[in-house]
Design a protein around this ligand. Structure first.
Ligand code: NDP
Length: 450
């Protein structure tokens, strides 16, 4: 980066940091995008003059609200709810809701900012948002989760709607939570509209929404490998997490002939030296989605070693799919992956690799697919759920399978368009950032100063 660009970037980041003190996750997300965008717009002064990056890094608005509910013992509980509407330049706000004790404003601003670029990359008309609460569904009864969701929606419903802002699931918000949230929305609004996605098929959901993020992450890897005349067949994969994204990344990797040797949750990881079988994956799905158990129970049931409080990145592999949470691959973890033979990383979770971790992958010139491209399959199918709801139709599963595959290839193509470097290394991060930015930025230019 030349010194005049670096100077502009420094001034920009200083202001961001001053205006959002202590919001490190948000700073890192903005920094990662700005590092690619500033050199790109250096010879395009209109983007500077219209302060496009500055406007994108200041959410349109943020809602924070008290969520008060009663637990099974009759105790009154208080949590905090959020919705960050980052940008609706290219379509209504769209992005998931996260229920996890770690949720705070910094994390949701980072996710809403990222979502803006990701949604743009899908080619569908969707703006960027994110929301959630520090509520922890773990260990709560179904009734408690229902009461929390109803209390949460009693405030949130004021800010969302099918043409305004369409939330979906994320960590801690699966089919059960979406059901309770949608039920309460419908009751309060007295209308049946597609104001949430990730709904069950019986009430307006879409085929393959559940599978879409995990499948899409593996499809992106398949496209990167294809570019190198290679495939997933016979590759050893490490996958983190055991939730929605992880389960379906594992399923697709198995379908494409790969061997998946790890699974994990926040308590540790399990090593399966010969690879997870389809029956074992079915067990994990039932354990996590129905019984809401811990991954250590899987290790015990099948006689595998459980590595308590450890991450799976030290297990030798060809490919890595981090599918749990942000910042789960540190610089040291990334170095270990490279050292033990990893040739490609596709991010199922949102920004699971730290900035330093990403640098390690890029320095080693291995394939690296950033989350905003690699996990965009989920929101893409959510976009298709919105289309189906608006038309009051349900498309056939084959149609959605085909659409998802095409969208992921198109995103890969967009990354190639902007990401191929002079030494022929494909910098997917750069490609995704510029590809996502351009459409949003050009729409903002068209609107003038708003
Ligand atoms: P789930 O809640 O279904 O699963 C999350 C998994 O990650 C669980 O195994 C969980 O373990 C683990 N996990 C959560 N926090 C931590 C932590 N701090 N350290 C280690 N492991 C952790 O969520 P999803 O699968 O839906 O989401 C996973 C990631 O993918 C998130 O980054 C999300 O933002 C991203 N994503 C999800 C999309 C979707 O369609 N669902 C779309 C795009 C991105 P435990 O059970 O112990 O908490």
């Amino acid at each position: 980066m030349d010194s005049s660009v670096a100077g502009k970037l420094e001034v920009f980041m200083k202001k961001i940091k001053r205006n959002s003190l202590g919001q490190t996750e948000f700073h890192n997300a903005v920094q990662e995008v700005a590092e690619q965008i500033f050199p790109y717009i250096e010879d395009k002064p209109i983007y500077h003059k219209m302060r496009i990056m500055e406007r994108l890094a200041e959410p349109d608005r943020v809602f924070m609200f008290r969520v008060c509910w009663e637990d099974d013992q009759g105790n009154i509980r208080v949590n905090r709810g959020y919705r960050v509407q980052n940008s609706n330049a290219i379509g209504p706000y769209k992005g998931g809701m996260r229920f996890h004790p770690s949720v705070n404003l910094s994390i949701l601003k980072f996710l809403a900012f990222e979502q803006t670029f990701k949604n743009s990359l899908t080619g569908l008309p969707m703006g960027g948002a994110k929301g959630g609460s520090d509520f922890d569904p773990k260990g709560k009864s179904d009734r408690e989760v229902m009461r929390f969701c109803q209390a949460f929606m009693s405030e949130l419903f004021n800010y969302i709607g099918p043409n305004l802002d369409i939330p979906a699931g994320d960590i801690g918000v699966g089919a059960r939570e979406i059901g309770y949230l949608f039920g309460q929305y419908k009751r309060l609004k007295r209308e049946f509209t597609g104001a949430l996605t990730g709904k069950a098929l019986q009430y307006g959901g879409s085929h393959i929404r559940v599978e879409a993020t995990g499948y899409g992450t593996v499809y992106f890897m398949e496209d990167m490998l294809k570019e190198k005349k290679d495939s997933l067949e016979g590759k050893t994969c490490v996958i983190s997490g055991s939730g929605n994204v992880s389960q379906y990344a594992c399923e697709k990797a198995l379908q494409l002939g790969a061997k998946v040797v790890t699974t994990s949750d926040s308590a540790g990881f399990v090593h399966i030296p010969n690879g997870i079988s389809r029956d074992e994956l079915a067990y994990i799905k039932e354990l996590k989605n129905v019984r809401r158990g811990r991954i250590a129970e899987f290790a015990k049931e099948f006689g595998y070693q459980f590595h308590k409080n450890k991450k799976p990145w030290g297990i030798p592999c060809d490919l890595a799919f981090p599918c749990a949470t942000q910042n789960e691959i540190s610089k040291k973890d990334a170095e270990m992956l490279v050292k033990y033979g990893c040739i490609g990383v596709s991010e199922g979770a949102n920004m699971p690799a730290t900035l330093e971790g990403v640098q390690v992958f890029q320095d080693a010139k291995i394939m690296f697919a950033p989350s905003k491209a690699a996990n965009a399959g989920g929101v893409a199918v959510s976009g298709l759920e919105m289309s189906q709801n608006a038309a009051r139709l349900t498309w056939k599963e084959e149609v959605l399978q085909k659409n998802l595959r095409t969208i992921m290839s198109d995103i890969h193509g967009k990354c190639m368009e902007y990401g191929v470097e002079s030494n022929n290394y494909i910098n997917y991060l750069k490609g995704a950032n510029i590809g996502g930015f351009k459409k949003v930025a050009d729409a903002m230019l068209a609107y003038g100063v708003v």
